[in-house]
Design a protein around this ligand. Structure first.
Ligand code: IPE
Ligand code: IPE
Ligand code: MG
Length: 256
């Protein structure tokens, strides 16, 4: 299936045509991506896993540009989960260097594109160099009004909800709020994504059909799209294909 699709796309690209979505139709306001399959991509080539992460970084660059060009307003990229610390030390070290590497080559262009860079996740456990790269990027792009590029780094959906509950509990204890005020809206406002709308479309690559602790609260009514394509092989054509399918979905939100 995967190879079949890849062949089909290659053939189409050679013919000069490409996958199309309706450019006057709805484009997801918030696109969230679980970038998965870097390790398997490398393994298939007898390369170390980190080679897959480096290749995956190129895909990030391409998908950021493509998303910006088609009018996505918020793009969240799941780059490192709270569970990914379980990986071998060398791999974690490499992943923690990727934000610097990415930003050192991309930040100027992203500034030119009016992109605002942000991070969601727990900053506490991050190495100082990783945090510094991200905070510099956040600081230098905070006035930008274009695409919001959000890196989910050391992000865990359950941790995020637990922290929100703790914050709300503290405010309750201090008498700043009443129990009657506690509703969905209040919980949303205490998440990392307090000022970010819920994702409209979630893409996960590499054939895994799970959320892996990503945006558990926010994905309640998100359209899900899975592909067998590994993240380093993911192209803008695949993105267009996902958007074309998104445009064909009926979002009912429980109504008829
Ligand atoms: C996704 O690729 C990147 C991160 C989770 C950081 P993986 O590294 O999970 O690749 P696979 O799933 O092992 O192929
Ligand atoms: C999810 O991928 C995390 C990121 C893409 C950053 P994983 O590869 O860590 O997920 P599992 O372990 O297969 O569920
Ligand atoms: Mg994986």
């Amino acid at each position: 299936m995967l190879e079949h699709l890849a062949r089909k796309l290659t053939r189409k690209e050679k013919q000069g045509s490409s996958v199309e979505f309706d450019s006057s139709g709805p484009v997801p306001n918030h696109l969230a991506v679980i970038m998965d399959g870097n390790g398997r991509w490398a393994k298939m080539r007898n390369l170390p896993r980190i080679a897959g992460h480096r290749a995956g970084m190129k895909t990030v660059k391409e998908i950021v540009k493509a998303s910006d060009e088609i009018g996505v307003k918020y793009l969240t990229m799941y780059a490192f989960s709270t569970e990914n610390w379980k990986r071998p030390r060398e791999e974690v070290d490499f992943l923690m260097k990727l934000p610097q590497e990415f930003l050192s080559t991309e930040l100027e262009e992203l500034i030119e594109r009016n992109v605002q860079i942000r991070m969601v996740g727990s900053k506490d456990e991050l190495p100082a160099h990783t945090l510094k790269a991200l905070e510099t990027a956040e600081e230098r792009t905070k006035q930008n009004t274009g695409l919001q590029l959000i890196f989910a780094l050391n992000y865990g959906g359950r941790k995020e909800i637990a922290l929100a509950v703790k914050d709300i509990g503290t405010r309750l204890q201090a008498g700043e709020i009443d129990l009657e005020q506690l509703d969905e809206e209040m919980i949303s406002r205490h998440l990392y994504t307090s000022d970010i709308p819920d994702p409209d479309l979630l893409i996960r690559t590499s054939g895994e059909l799970r959320l892996s602790n990503f945006m558990l609260w926010q994905l309640a009514y998100t359209e899900l799209w899975f592909t067998d394509v590994l993240w380093p092989d993911f192209t803008r054509e695949h993105l267009y294909q996902a958007i074309a399918e998104y445009q064909g979905r009926a979002r009912r939100y429980g109504a008829v």
